[in-house]
Design a protein. Structure first.
Length: 131
């Protein structure tokens, strides 16, 4: 399972590995006080996309499409998350106030789609081999 939660929310044992996926470090958070397995700023939306979106829910669908296009060209930076999420729960952390329209939610959706495609491909290949 891939969870998303605000970085300001408390750590929970079921979080699994926790990765901050914002390009900018969140305000008021000290690195030494945070349980974090990595800061994946290279997975965050580009500065131009982040500024264009501005957390405007009216731009959400277009933001997701543009962000997915950026992610498609950046597979070396997200593929390891896919591998980890197949073995254990992980948590993507974000600092935005909007818990439904942010890059962590979009990234989770993207990773889940990729994981489903890989799982389907593996199942099809097994069926072909078994014939």
């Amino acid at each position: 399972m891939i969870r998303v939660k605000r970085i300001y929310d408390p750590h929970e044992p079921e979080d699994g590995p926790r990765y901050l996926v914002d390009r900018l470090w969140p305000r008021g958070v000290k690195k030494e006080n945070l349980l974090l397995d990595g800061w994946l700023k290279d997975l965050a939306p580009s500065d131009d996309l982040r500024r264009w979106f501005g957390h405007d829910p009216a731009k959400w669908e277009e933001f997701r499409l543009r962000y997915e296009a950026e992610l498609a060209g950046n597979s070396q930076n997200w593929h390891f998350l896919l591998d980890i999420s197949r073995k254990q729960d992980i948590t993507l952390l974000f600092s935005a106030h909007d818990i439904e329209h942010n890059n962590a939610v979009a990234l989770r959706s993207y990773l889940e789609k990729k994981r489903d495609v890989v799982s389907s491909t593996v199942a099809i290949n097994r069926q072909l081999i078994d014939r």
